[in-house]
Design a protein around this ligand. Sequence first.
Ligand SMILES: [Fe+2]
Length: 195
Amino acid sequence: MTLLTVWADDDPSAVLVRTEDGEEIATELKRLGVRFERWPVVEGLPAEPTSEEVLAAYADRVQRVIDQEGYVLVDALHMTPSDDPEWTARAAEARQKFLAEHTHDDDEDRFFARGAGAFYLHVDGKVYAVLCEAGDLLSVPANTTHWFDMGTRPDYVSVRFFHDEDGWVGNFTGNRYAEVFPDFDTLVATRSAPR
Ligand SMILES: [Fe+2]
């Protein structure tokens, strides 16, 4: 299940909120200006789908987000585990890229069509970890301090939405919060089974 965990940013040992209830998660996140929705998962996508196949499977809902939020570029990508050492190296590199706290001046809107990934939002002295699963749409508003952990064995298909054809560049804060809060693998180990 999707899991929201909230801590004070100076105490990773004290959990303030922990919930797998979709409504509660949406309510908590709404206060931060974050949109959280759950979409029905479309079955039957290939294991390594093309961007077109994913976008076609979710065409209506993706279009609704584009219309509402004015996105100009949408694509889908997958990380599909393999035992090839080259893949492992590539996955580790991809994970590191946004594992440190950063901001960007565009929204980060993600839909997970498969697998899981964890967004950590650092707002008003608290850290909100949202472990997303298949069917979850999460929008991190522009300039929100956050990081993203795809875990040590990334496995997901996600749709990305951009307001700019060039995508965005992360502005790294230099803060090391990501190193002290439970990572993706730890969160996954403690949640209920995926839907
Ligand atoms: Fe980001």
